[in-house]
Design a protein around this ligand. Structure first.
Ligand code: MN
Length: 194
């Protein structure tokens, strides 16, 4: 099996109460495991077998291989973007500079990404990404799509599939999104900006 689970960089209960142990148990342990397992099964014997998920997301035709590779990439970035002990409450360095240039300031970027996530209809993601010129963008991506498909580097993703928040917040998607800002690992996000 070529595709394996990404390491969780904290204990399964470390993000409580913002993301519960129960949600991590299902979201990471069951949902992501299923995407990894499906990607292994579907790519077996195809031209995509063994390719990096980023290559599959860029190049595969619409269908099951793309959907599962997209969700493996999305969730790998997602689970690795949180920390239970944030050393900074907001972006710094070149990320802060890019946000100021493209959105005015951090507060405005935060509002736009929050709004994009909260208003997405159905299952999907809201992403902060950087285009090949380094300009930052916020996009809504339906289902398992990722900004990489359009050539942008994904930086920060908010999962608004109900499995991401329903156990802890039920229908209160906005409450969940607003609390996620408390546990973002900003140095990890900045390291994704090339
Ligand atoms: Mn998810």
């Amino acid at each position: 099996m070529m595709y394996v689970m990404p390491k969780l960089p904290y204990a399964i209960n470390a993000l409580e109460p913002i993301i519960s142990r129960r949600t991590i148990t299902f979201h990471y342990g069951k949902h992501l495991q299923t995407y990894v397992d499906n990607l292994n099964k579907l790519t077996l014997g195809t031209e995509f077998e063994g390719l990096p998920v980023t290559d599959i997301v860029r190049n595969a035709p619409e269908g099951g291989i793309l959907n599962n590779a997209g969700q493996v990439l999305n969730h790998t970035l997602y689970f690795q973007q949180f920390t239970f002990q944030p050393i900074q409450k907001q972006p710094a360095g070149k990320l802060e500079e890019a946000i100021a240039r493209d959105f005015g300031d951090f507060t405005q970027m935060k509002q736009k990404l929050t709004q994009a996530a909260n208003s997405l209809f159905g299952s999907g993601w809201a992403w902060l990404s950087a285009d090949p010129d380094g300009k930052l963008h916020i996009s809504q991506e339906i289902n398992g799509n990722n900004p990489l498909r359009k050539g942008n580097t994904p930086l920060l993703g908010i999962d608004v599939w109900e499995h991401a928040y329903y156990l802890d917040y039920q229908n209160k998607r906005m409450s969940h999104i607003q609390l996620l800002w408390e546990i973002i690992d900003w140095p990890a996000i900045e390291s994704r900006l090339m």
